[in-house]
Ligand binder design. Structure first.
Ligand code: TXA
Ligand code: MG
Length: 313
């Protein structure tokens, strides 16, 4: 039976909390993309979550917290991490930190690593749920592993509906692309995944650009080359569609084609990226995509497009 989908309300939050407390899987809206939540301390629930997504067990999960106190019990905040959390939480930033001594996130959710990924989401429904639950929820994007991330409740239902217990429907996700991931430890700040928080905003707070993670850094097991994979073939930086190709533009576009942002706005393009890829994937075998500027949110958009287009070495 497909999972029920409920709009956010006090009753829906009560139901979600009781399902999570008994090992259930609940899809939740965040400001970035929908997440599939489980009790971070419950190894059996987390195992079920990996199975539902078809996610390799070596790929660790982000623990979502309701505030700084909950976060401080899980990870070690060096001064740079504290500054970043103060500047950008709640919001689309995930911090990978050394795990605190009494970190309650189970080993399997951390893939046995000595680090912990933490994020305080800004979505009021997600925040209320975590606060009411009283401890961290792990929540990877609520898609089958390797698929495009969901930005609407119906995307979650299509990917995972039969495998989970409840979907909290908070409408379309306002940012539409996953959080930016930074690792902060004694050796500095490294950008592990570009995302909905632009590099420029991070550099303003740090006083310098975060360093790049080495390309095959084993501490970032989720950085698979092929990810966000639609069925259709993608051709990037195209100047126009070839016969048979759908067109995904940026800026003004012809009638009957899609544009990530008719006005050429990167935030709007990020918000539309995954839902438009899903839409075109349903009707076409090939999609040509216009060039996207590489600045600001364009870094994350281009990262997702490259992974979606990757056909193998
Ligand atoms: O916006 C987001 O971040 C969404 C929403 C739901 O919060 N979540 C999300 O989770 O995108 P997921 O699991 O799809 O991506 C998390 C990434 C994975 O690439 C994983 O490998 C990495 O974070 N990660 C998690 N814990 C890590 C750790 N301890 N060390 C290195 N990478 C880690
Ligand atoms: Mg994901």
């Amino acid at each position: 039976m497909p999972a029920r989908s409920l709009p956010i309300s006090p009753q829906a939050l009560n139901e979600a909390c009781s399902l999570l407390g008994s090992g259930g899987l609940v899809a939740i809206p965040t400001e970035t993309v929908y997440g599939l939540a489980a009790d971070a301390a419950d190894a059996r629930a987390v195992l079920r979550l990996y199975e539902a997504k078809g996610r390799p067990r070596f790929n660790p999960l982000i623990a979502h917290v309701s505030g700084p106190d909950m976060a401080a019990r899980q990870g070690v905040f060096l001064p740079a991490a504290r500054r970043l959390a103060e500047a950008f939480w709640p919001g689309p930033l995930t911090l990978i930190l050394p795990a605190a001594g009494d970190c309650s996130v189970c080993d399997i959710a951390r893939a046995g690593l000595g680090t912990i990924a933490l994020r305080q989401p800004a979505h009021p429904g997600a925040l209320a749920l975590i606060a009411q639950f009283g401890r961290p929820l792990v929540a990877p994007s609520a898609n089958r592993s390797g698929h495009v991330s969901p930005t609407e409740a119906r995307h979650v239902e299509a990917d995972l509906g039969e495998r989970i217990d409840l979907i909290l429907d908070g409408g379309p996700c306002p940012l539409g692309i996953e959080s930016t991931i930074l690792a902060v430890d004694g050796s500095g700040v490294r950008l592990m995944r570009p995302g909905a928080l632009a590099r420029e905003a991070i550099a303003d707070v740090l006083g310098s650009d975060p360093s790049a993670a080495p390309p095959q850094d084993l501490s970032a097991p989720g950085r698979l080359k092929s990810h966000y994979a639609p069925r259709a073939r993608l051709r990037l930086n195209a100047s126009g569609p070839l016969p048979g190709e759908a067109w995904l533009g940026f800026g003004p576009h012809a009638p009957g084609t899609l544009s990530l942002s008719p006005a050429g706005d990167l935030a709007e393009a990020a918000m539309n990226l995954f839902s438009m890829l899903r839409r075109l994937d349903e009707t076409h075998d090939a999609i040509a995509v216009a060039p996207i500027p590489a600045t600001g949110l364009g870094e994350a958009i281009n990262d997702r497009l490259e992974r979606a287009a990757w056909q193998g070495d």
